[in-house]
Structure formats: C-alpha cells, structure tokens
Design a protein around this ligand. Sequence first.
Ligand SMILES: O=C(O)CCC(=O)C(=O)O
Ligand SMILES: [Fe+2]
Length: 309
Amino acid sequence: MTTIDAPGILTEEERALLPTDEEVEFYAEHGWYLSKKLLTDDEVDELLAASLRYYDGERDRRLPVRPPRLAYWEPEHGPVQRHNDYVHHEHDGLSRILRKPLIGAVAARLARAHEIRVFQSTLILKPPIAGEPSNIVPWHFDKHYWASSSSENMLTAFIPMHDCGEEMGTITMVDGSHRWKEIGADDTVVRHFADRDRSQLEQMLAENAAYNNAEVVKVPMHIPRGHMSFHHCKTYHGSGANVSDQPRRAVSLHLQDGPNGYRKFPLSDGTLAAYNHDVLVRRTPDGRPDYADPEYCPVIWRDGAPQEG
Ligand SMILES: O=C(O)CCC(=O)C(=O)O
Ligand SMILES: [Fe+2]
C-alpha cells in the first residue's frame, strides 16, 4: 500500500522529508522553500502520464458551469503557454498524485497550520519556443487574486515533472517579498496577473521594493525531479522564457490552511472580490461560498487524524 492510499499517515521515510525547524524558519523569513524529494520517480512518471492523457481529452468529470475567469487551454489555442484549472477535480489520475498527504504535511509545517486543503490546481505547459510571449509570467503574488479568501497563510507548491532550471523558465522568487508592506489602495492588484500590463507589473515590483527599502533579489528555483518549490501567498514571483528544447511541464498546486474561508472584500468599483469557486462550491450555513467544500477543496492533510475519503 502506498501512502497515497493511506491519507493522514506518513511513513518514517516520509517524515524524514518534512522541513526541519530551521527550514520552517527559513520559509518564514524568505517566503519560499525548495523541498526534498517528495514524489518518487514512479509518482512523477504517473503525474506526467496522467497529464498526457488529460491533454488527450481524458476527464473523469467536468465542471457543471464555467466560472468567469477559468483558465482552460484547448488544442485550438495552439502553441501558447497552457493553463488548465481544476485538474484535481476533473482528472483522478492527476488528483491522486496531487493529494499525496506528504505534500500537505510539508505545507502544514510551513504554514504552521493543522489542516491543508486544495484551493486550486493548474496544469501548466510552456512550449519550447524561445520567443513565445505567453511563456513569460509577470511578477505577481498569488494573494493578488485571492482577495475573497480570509487567510494570509495560503501557499503554493510548484511541481515540475522533470528537472527544472533557468533554461526552461523556472519559477523565480523575489526573496523576502512576502514581508513587504504594499503601497496604496490600487485594487487593480486583485485582478489576475494575466490581465495586467507587463511593464506595469515590473514597475510595481520596483516601487514596492523601494517603499520597503528593500532590494529586489530574484531567486530562480532549480528544482530537481520529484522535488517542489513552495511559496507564500504574498511572495512575488514570476518566470521567463523556455529556451530549452523540451516543454516545461508542471502543476501549480495552490493550498489553503484550515481556517481559510470566503470573506467579503469590497473593491473600489463597488463590486466584491470573487473567486471562480464562488459559482461552484456549496454554501456555508451563513450563506457564503464554502471554501471547504470537499468536492472542490479536498483536505489533503490534517494533523494527528486520519482524514476521510
Ligand atoms: O509557471 C510559473 O512559472 C509560475 C506559476 C505561478 O505563478 C504559481 O505557481 O503561483
Ligand atoms: Fe503565482
């Protein structure tokens, strides 16, 4: 039996792969963490194979409605950067690996949380086309588009399916930027980064750094196969061109800590910040979108208690 089939329980070997106290401190200070080898070679093979079947059109279920800001690459979009949201919901083969308890246990240590749930999962492919503009991911932090989430401790695991370095356009962190104070009330920051002007984002990064008397220190994550890179939801990150001769294949697994829930976040235009979940998930007893709906936001780790499912 693999531990994927025994959620909530880690083997002794897996416990050795958790971040140490020093590494948890490092994450708190720097806003990012390169993990140990959390996926076995077989699991990475399985993730890759599942992604190929997904791209061939395999689905175990589909979203009942199309949320307003869904990223959903289809073959007719051609050789641009591919983004597909909700793969943990639509594809059991991908979901099985992404819900590996060890990933949740690492996230729980970093976020100092007792419970970790999936918030979103995006299957990503950067085609090996050096000049492809859509391959460039402009500077952003993920909390920018999670304003309707109450938590400030959410985090993301970036999970490549191969060694991932600079030539592939690996994810790059702005060291310590999660501790910056943000300038100003411009709530255009809550718009998804894909909608934003690229030079505006580079400038926003520089201005925020200056405001914090900080230097912009960019750390490209060199991620060996089976390892993954974690970042805090307020850590600025982005990534560059894929100048290798192979596609850069990854999943961005966005995670929420147990207490996270929907909150009303009014924007300056009078509307409320929203997330795609809001048209999909069940309601809480007080009528809010339930970001703990197990259908879309499954628990992958709970301290000390074997979980359901
Ligand atoms: O694909 C990338 O390089 C960046 C992905 C990203 O923004 C994330 O994982 O939050
Ligand atoms: Fe991101």
